[in-house]
Write a protein that binds this ligand. Structure first.
Ligand code: ASP
Ligand code: MG
Length: 261
């Protein structure tokens, strides 16, 4: 039995129909006999909309309140996804970053930056383990944690990728699957360069080089984290069944990884 962490980005859960589609895919993974934990992003443009609302009230909003606001987006998608999984006849249990035991440092997340924001210090996985042991699908709100004061913090834009990899490492998962709206990582942006080719398998270093050249499929911090702990990643589309891109440590045969179909 494999333990799989899946992350679904905002475009994969943009509306309730998409959430139902994602629920089917999550349940399918579970029914293949895997243990499954899922990290979700906020629906579509929710985070941008929340930031716009805040800035329309105060051009320099208090950081603490900004983080409180931004964590709301992921709570909406995780609870709706739990309901959609329930409607599929399976059992799911959703957790905020706080409930999931994501402890961060004291920084609040700057709305416009991926770097000057909170960093995960440790993940206390007991509650998640308990629900996985009950054979449930566990859902975790991405991009958030709590600081030592118990206040909500956020991890920077695109931070759900980092939540997913950190959770996969903390749980000792076999793979962390990152679901997005493109079929993996390409030699160039396939939406702009039609001749771009999908990269079937790649190492962390090359991804980090691509990211520093502006490729934005994965958050830089999440790749650094995966590299540090040798966590295999599978970047793939939630809209298709195509194979995606495996990001694996040197020396691992990608064909030995779970849930490749
Ligand atoms: N919802 C957050 C953002 O839009 C985090 C994420 O999607 O990874 O940046
Ligand atoms: Mg993203």
């Amino acid at each position: 039995m494999a333990l799989i962490v899946q992350k679904y980005g905002g475009s994969s859960v943009a509306d309730t129909e998409s959430i139902k589609r994602v629920a089917k895919r999550v349940v399918e993974t579970k029914k293949k006999g895997n243990r499954v934990a899922v990290v979700v992003s906020a629906m579509g443009d929710t985070t941008d909309d929340l930031i716009d609302q805040a800035l329309s009230i105060d051009s320099n909003p208090p950081e603490r309140e900004m983080d409180m606001l931004m964590t709301a987006g992921e709570r909406i998608s995780m609870s709706l996804l739990a309901m959609a999984i329930h409607a599929e006849g399976s059992r799911a249990h959703s957790f905020t970053g706080q409930q999931a035991g994501f402890f961060t440092d004291a920084r609040y997340g700057a709305a416009d930056s991926a770097y000057s924001s909170a960093r995960i210090k440790r993940i206390q996985t007991e509650r998640i383990q308990t629900e996985l042991d009950k054979n449930k699908i566990v859902l975790v709100a991405g991009f958030q944690g709590i600081n030592a004061k118990g206040d909500a913090t956020t991890l920077g834009r695109g931070g759900s990728d980092t939540s997913a990899v950190a959770l996969a490492v903390a749980l000792g998962a076999d793979i962390c699957e990152i679901y997005t709206d493109v079929d993996g990582i390409f030699t160039a942006d396939p939406r702009i360069v039609p001749a771009a080719r999908r990269i079937p398998s790649i190492d962390y270093e090359s991804i980090l080089e691509m990211a520093s050249c502006g490729s934005k499929v994965l958050a830089l911090r999440c790749v650094e984290y995966a590299q540090r702990f040798n966590m295999p990643l599978h970047v793939r589309s939630s809209f298709s069944r195509r194979p995606g891109t495996l990001v694996v440590p040197d020396g691992i045969d990608p064909r030995t990884l779970p849930n490749l179909d």
